[in-house]
Design a protein around this ligand. Structure first.
Ligand code: FRU
Length: 494
């Protein structure tokens, strides 16, 4: 039977020990991608928060570093972000050695216990050694609480168009926008979100940045908005809005104005991608937006069956913005660095599925380190089902032509009863693409399956805990036999 050590991911970040939640303070500098994260170094459930730290040069192999920011008398260190202050606008470094400035939420547990409202405040810390060590700013907080309980998760962005720093902050059921010239003095300029999109829970961990619309000269602003609970498949999840920003006010595009509760603009329809945000200070010439999320769901995150460590991140992903049939949509793809580590070990053309067919046999491939792509041409109105299996486990996913939706089911995994919400219902995603052909990329690690359908317009990230290693990928027989085109199995060399 698999346990702790066997559940450890091969190429997704997870801390060596103890509890991790949201990614924080991600920035890139001199060839290194930094990741900080909500971390409790004394236990395997949520506790007084620190910022843990890890780095990577290739987005696949991670080095865990010493804890970066510790709680103090002002409170726990909740989620936030970091930027490289290239012009030293803050005066916290020098022009020659620009400081890295982080903004986080101080969560004061004492004030909270006393029943006060103002226990979450925004503060800054800075590093003059590329993120290795941090000093807290002497005049904290920089954005004091106006008397609202949920007031947290600042994400800073350098707004080149309007030559200003922006902070987007989650405030209960909306976001507040602030601007600044020096990262220390902040002015609130607007709000967005009341009555817009899903509100089944509290808005948390926003992100806000401009993006080019692929294949055009147009630029739009993207607001990424995590929500817990109330996601489309229950618990935690992340929706997004596309619009324009005049330096003060965000206005969604027409089709996304007054978006109802029930909409289809979700960055990920799976149950296990939360609080994700983008990297700051990426090389401009790359023009990439790189993103990563926390790969679990608050519903059961503290009860998943690992003991020494708890929590892993998604693969770093590239976001792109597309306009099709007058709709703006974010597409997600695994960061291309992944392909530097893959070897094609099995390539098949035109596989006829007229019985259960094994696409990836365990004798040839280690499924815990694989990327598999295939397409279904000329989709008919029937169910297309795929299974990942071990002697005791079945993980099922596919496409249902009758309802035009994708699905995933983990109720037949042997270890799924640790929490009633984990496997209680199928994960469903409406299909957005109208293409005749469905393509899918599967990224498999020990305890996670990331599914990118239709060029990443529909993404599903889900974790699972097999009793034995999954050894086979099977295309299950349908009513009408069909063909799979281009089944490509890549083994990761790591
Ligand atoms: C989201 C969140 C944030 C908060 C942090 C605390 O998962 O609740 O809103 O800053 O976790 O660890």
């Amino acid at each position: 039977t698999l346990e702790d050590a066997d559940y450890r991911p091969h190429f997704h970040f997870a801390p060596e020990k103890h509890w991790m939640n949201d990614p924080n303070g991600m920035f890139y500098l001199d060839g290194t991608y930094h990741l900080f994260y909500q971390y409790y170094p004394d236990g395997n459930v949520w506790g007084p928060m620190h910022w843990g730290h890890a780095t990577t040069k290739d987005l696949l192999r991670w080095d865990e570093k010493p804890i970066a920011i510790y709680p103090d008398s002002l409170g726990y260190i909740f989620s936030g972000s970091a930027v490289v202050d290239l012009k030293n606008s803050s005066g916290l470094g020098t022009r020659e050695n620009p400081p890295v400035v982080a903004m986080f939420t101080y969560h004061d547990p004492i004030k909270e216990r006393e029943g006060r409202e103002n226990f979450q405040n925004q503060a800054i810390a800075y590093s003059t050694d590329q993120g290795a060590t941090w000093r807290k700013y002497a005049m904290n907080p920089v954005i004091p609480n106006p008397g609202i309980k949920d007031f947290r998760d600042p994400k800073i962005h350098w707004d080149a168009e309007h030559q200003q720093w922006i902070v987007v902050l989650a405030v209960l059921d909306r976001v507040y926008f602030y601007t600044s010239k020096d990262l220390k003095e902040w002015t609130k300029v607007s709000e967005f979100g009341n009555g817009q999109g899903a509100h089944g829970g509290v808005w948390e961990c926003p992100d806000f940045f401009p993006m080019p619309v692929a294949g055009t000269n147009e630029t739009k602003w993207v607001l990424i908005q995590s929500l817990n609970p109330g996601a489309i498949n229950g618990g935690s999840g992340t929706q997004y809005f596309i619009g324009d920003f005049d330096g003060k006010v965000f206005t969604p595009v027409k089709a996304m104005q007054n978006l109802p509760e029930n909409h289809s603009y979700w960055l990920d329809f799976g149950r296990d991608n939360y609080a994700g945000v983008s990297w700051a200070n990426l090389p401009e010439k790359d023009g990439r937006i790189l993103y990563l999320g926390w790969m679990t769901n608050w519903q059961y995150a503290q009860e998943v069956p690992t003991e020494t460590w708890r929590g892993a991140m998604t693969l770093p992903r590239e976001l792109t913005l597309h306009k099709q049939q007058n709709q703006y949509r974010l597409h997600t793809a695994p960061a291309q660095e992944l392909w530097a580590y893959t070897d094609t070990i099995r390539y098949q053309k035109q596989v006829t599925v007229d019985a259960d067919i094994t696409l990836a046999p365990g004798s040839e491939v280690d499924l815990t380190k694989t990327v598999i792509t295939f397409s279904i041409p000329d989709v008919a109105k029937q169910k297309y089902t795929f299974q990942l299996t071990s002697a005791a486990d079945t993980l099922t996913f596919g496409y249902d032509g009758n309802t035009d939706s994708f699905f995933l089911d983990r109720s037949a995994m042997a270890t799924s009863g640790f929490h009633p919400d984990f496997a209680s219902h199928q994960v469903i995603a409406p299909r957005i693409s109208k293409d005749k052909q469905i393509t899918v990329t599967l990224i498999l690690d020990t305890t996670s399956l990331e599914l990118f359908f239709d060029d990443g317009v529909t993404v599903m990230t889900n974790i699972f805990f097999p009793k034995f290693p999954l050894t086979e990928l099977i295309a299950v027989q349908s009513i009408i036999p069909y063909q799979l085109k281009d089944v490509n199995i890549n083994q990761l060399k790591l």
